[in-house]
Design a protein around this ligand. Sequence first.
Ligand code: RI2
Length: 308
Amino acid sequence: MSLEEIATGIRSMQIRGAAEIARRAAEGLKQAAQSYEGRDLQEMRAFMEAGKELLLASRPTAVSLWNGVQAVFKGTAMVGSVEELRTRITRNADDFIVRSKGAVGTIGRFGSRRIRPGDRVLTHCNSKAALSIIIQAHKDGKRPEVYATESRPWRQGLLTVRDLSEAGINSTLIVDSAARWLMKDIDIVIVGADTICSNGALINKIGTAQIALAAHEARVPFLVAAETFKFSPKTMYGELVEIEERDSSEVVKPGEVPEGTRILNPVFDATPAEYIDAIVTEVGVVPPSAAYEIIVKELGQDYIFERN
Ligand code: RI2
């Protein structure tokens, strides 16, 4: 797929899921570098930069895309030829893709240890990281009883019950507004992440914050599954996370509401750190207050010094 096609796929949500978006972007940049035919290093740099900006403009909220692209371009400022740039981008992209896939498995193993036999688990949207914990718990013989929200308007919950079924887990689907009603019968909530801010706040699919609130009220543990490339260096310097708003046609069909009715379609919301019990990453299960440390240790300091 060309970079244009990947950017269109991400924008239209044909390519979705914060980690998958980052991997596809990295793969696209690798293909672009591989297929570059020019001989001039500066021209190739300009070509790759244009590709990078195209991808970064496709969806604003999930920092995984930004971190993935940074990982692909790491150290490229030092290269001295087209071939070196091609090699560096290829190696960085392959390394990022392999590490990101490995991270999901590790998160699954760490997180499964937080699930007790027979636990009733609630999850929201379709997060491969959150599912890896639930599926690993199943493989570990813990027989989790799983509930998934529908997650309107894109109904990713249908993908979740399908993924669970393919893993041999029968689950229960609920409408989003039933989360608080159900919470009295839930032992643990596990969701994914699009962005973890430096203050430990979670940006995830719209509806996550009200589930976290209901869990907090019911004293039900709220776990976040997030690879370290879901943590945002940008928030460390005051940058706010842009919450994507998408077209109203995703919420209602034409003619379903009277002329003049305003429709809001925010795609993500923010869950404060105090509602989060732990974040399961590939480098360990950490409190939200460890977000700063994770950013500095795992994502490096390139961006930090650049911003000072
Ligand atoms: P993984 C998804 O966003 C959901 O918000 C999910 O929780 C998050 O990405 C992380 O997903 P969207 O792409 O990376 O459906 O864990 O808007 O798969």
